[in-house]
Design a binder for this molecule. Structure first.
Ligand code: PLP
Ligand code: ZN
Length: 409
């Protein structure tokens, strides 16, 4: 039997796997732990004989064989080798791990598959989250699949249209808040126990267990450990999860090394980057975070301590990028490679460019950028400024001339 428990990352207090708790009594973040030593030895061949999705790596997920798993076939996303983008970046060996290919269009699905599987096991009455959009869309879909009531709280002014539509159509009860994501999370968190719903924000460590599988997939697909793994950072859950995945692979000798974790934030919402760069011992929240990349428009990342471990332990890097750099990277990725991502996801590419230019990333090494969300999520006219379509009347002469001159451009 697989031994699974929850453990505080600060005081190392231990809680049972089925105890519903979002923080330790000491205030520390909780982590799900699996007794890796107790696992029978597993190999890449074992994994590769199974379907390519999150559940391929079942031994490393915190469940027993007889569990009812809630899955929409999440994970198993493409890893694209990007030569044209690599030229633009000035790098030799660049890959995009395209998380936009997940069932609801973001990596959140990896975590929700595991999170909702856990919710069913505990036997919850309902689930809830605060969300900039993708968490809501994903939670809505997985609770629909499981038949569990779902309530989401999103910031009214900034939630992307595609994400809002998803949450509504997947059947969640959608509540809009006149306020920021950070306010939404703090409010939801305070009421979930009273209302009797299970909180599935990334403070919930079970979600991160699903999200860590992207690390397994990168090695599975690449056949080696890349030197750098670059990803956008918002609430700091995903970078922590991905690092946990790499550490666990190394612990059971599936790999011999681990990558440098590289976290990218937007300039207007960069409390984590500032924390790392300025070396404070605690996070200084940003009251009014602002960026076009709404998925990382977060001023008070809840998992900053785990993320700080990830960057420090991996000898990693951080950088912040402007909205203009994010938009440029989104366009380059789309027009050079045919890979469509939402702005937050493009931050990983924008950050890679910046870190190569200033010499912090060695451009001769293998770089994997995780592109976290799909282009269709956020049809914001701001993003195509200067690229607007030409409008014509139904006149053949005119259209011929327009086509001919366009081809010459
Ligand atoms: C959630 C999300 C992020 C940020 O992940 P965190 O775990 O909050 O750091 C980045 N990009 C996209 C597209 C997301 O949906
Ligand atoms: Zn503790």
């Amino acid at each position: 039997m697989k031994k699974v428990w929850q453990e505080c990352i600060e005081c190392h207090s231990v809680y049972g796997a089925d105890v519903v708790k979002y923080k330790c009594d000491c205030g520390g973040l909780l982590e799900v732990r699996i007794d890796l030593e107790s696992l029978d030895s597993i190999s890449w061949d074992d994994f590769r004989s199974r379907k390519f999705n999150v559940w391929r790596y079942f031994e490393l997920l915190p469940f027993e064989d007889n569990e009812r798993i809630v899955s929409l076939d999440e994970g198993g996303t493409p890893l694209y080798k990007c030569e044209r983008l690599g030229k633009w970046l000035g790098a030799k060996d660049v890959y995009i791990k395209y998380e936009g290919a997940n069932p609801t269009g973001s990596f959140k699905d990896r975590g929700m598959s595991v999170g909702i599987t856990k919710a069913l096991k505990i036997g919850v009455k309902g689930v809830a989250c605060a969300s900039t959009g993708n968490t809501a869309a994903s939670l809505a879909a997985y609770s629909a699949k499981a038949g569990i009531p779902c309530i989401v709280l999103v910031p009214r002014q900034t939630v992307a249209l595609g994400k809002l539509f998803q949450a509504i159509l997947y059947g969640a009860k959608v509540v809009r808040l006149d306020g920021t994501f950070d306010e939404a999370l703090s409010l939801v968190w305070k009421i979930v126990d009273e209302v009797g719903v299970y909180l599935l924000n990334s403070i919930n460590p079970w979600r991160l267990e699903g999200q860590k599988t992207v690390a397994f997939e990168i090695v599975d697909q690449l056949g080696k450990v890349p030197r750098y793994v670059v990803l956008p950072v918002g609430n700091c859950g995903n970078i922590s999860a991905v690092w946990k995945g790499f550490k666990e692979m190394k612990a059971i000798d599936l790999t011999e090394s681990a990558p440098l974790m590289v976290g990218i934030q937007a300039e207007g919402a960069s409390p984590f980057v500032d924390l790392v760069k300025e070396g404070h011992d605690t996070l200084r929240p940003i009251e009014a975070p602002n960026t076009i990349a709404s998925a990382i428009r977060i001023g008070k990342p809840i998992n900053w301590k785990k993320a700080l471990f990830a960057v420090k332990e991996s000898n990693g890097l951080v950088a912040k990028v402007s909205d203009a750099e994010i938009i440029e990277a989104q366009r380059m990725l789309a027009s050079l490679e045919g890979i469509g991502v939402e702005p937050a996801a493009a931050a990983s590419v924008a950050g890679t460019k910046k870190l190569i230019e200033n010499g912090e990333i060695d451009a001769s090494e293998t770089i994997v950028c995780i592109c976290t969300g799909n282009i269709l999520k956020d049809p914001n006219p701001e993003l195509i400024k200067g690229l607007e379509p030409l409008d014509v009347t139904p006149n053949m002469e005119l259209i011929r001339n327009v086509f001919t001159s366009l081809l010459k451009q």
